[in-house]
Design a protein around this ligand. Structure first.
Ligand SMILES: [Zn+2]
Length: 220
């Protein structure tokens, strides 16, 4: 099977995405890049019934690259996944509809530095302007808002993260949702105090110094 490992990783993380409450029903999608090919979730398939053989494989233009799944429609957000691969050094992309990141998308233009772990995402995470799902406009707006970051929040929609590999990209989605939840919790009770940009830069340097991928570090 073409890209067997990548396809199995997509299935495994789709189930995690559901169990971790990062998305609802069949929404959300995951992809892994291997060379000039991308393994990506099919459109509208329940994660419980998704198998590695049912994961689509496309080229960098979005054309089917595996005859076995050529008739299966790839995720509607494929343009966004491909735009992230073209615009960054991503090895994997995770797109979700999590409750708190989507809440933040309705209220803010940027998730502020409420905790030093925003450094693991490159700094305060911007909210991309709204565009209809699946469009090239949304794909472009996402990549623009991701400049210098590994995450973006999508207005009235959800969130997208990327990383060198799927475990890292996925962990960043978990961090982003936790940070958004933290901001929301604090905002219910008052005005959150924030960290200054120089402290985020300092922590970013520390995280790099761990010599591990940001998703793997266990800061104190
Ligand atoms: Zn979506």
């Amino acid at each position: 099977m073409l890209l067997r490992e990548a396809r199995e990783a997509v299935v495994e993380h789709c189930l995690r995405m559901r169990d971790d409450d990062l998305t609802v029903a069949t929404s959300g999608n995951i992809s892994v890049r291997v060379g000039d090919l991308v393994a990506v979730t099919p459109s509208g398939v329940a994660y419980e019934s998704l198998t590695a053989a049912g994961v689509c494989v496309v080229d960098m233009d979005g054309h089917p690259a595996d005859a076995a799944t050529a008739g299966v429609v790839a995720s509607s957000e494929l343009p966004m996944h491909l735009a992230v691969y073209r615009g960054t050094d991503a090895g994997a992309v995770v797109h979700t509809h999590p409750l708190y990141a989507t809440t933040v998308s309705l209220l803010l233009d940027e998730l502020p530095a409420v905790h030093y772990m925003v450094a693991a995402l490159g700094g305060p995470v911007r909210v991309a302007p709204y565009a209809t799902y699946g469009t090239s406009e949304l794909a472009e707006a996402s990549v623009v808002a991701m400049a210098g970051r590994t995450a973006v929040i999508l207005r009235n929609h959800g969130a997208t993260t990327y990383g060198p590999d799927l475990p890292t990209a996925y962990t960043r989605s978990l961090y982003l949702e936790w940070l958004c939840r933290l901001w929301h919790q604090a905002s219910l009770a008052g005005t959150p105090r924030l960290l200054p940009p120089e402290e985020i830069d300092r922590v970013a340097a520390l995280l790099r110094g761990y010599g591990q991928r940001p998703g793997e570090v266990t800061p104190g």
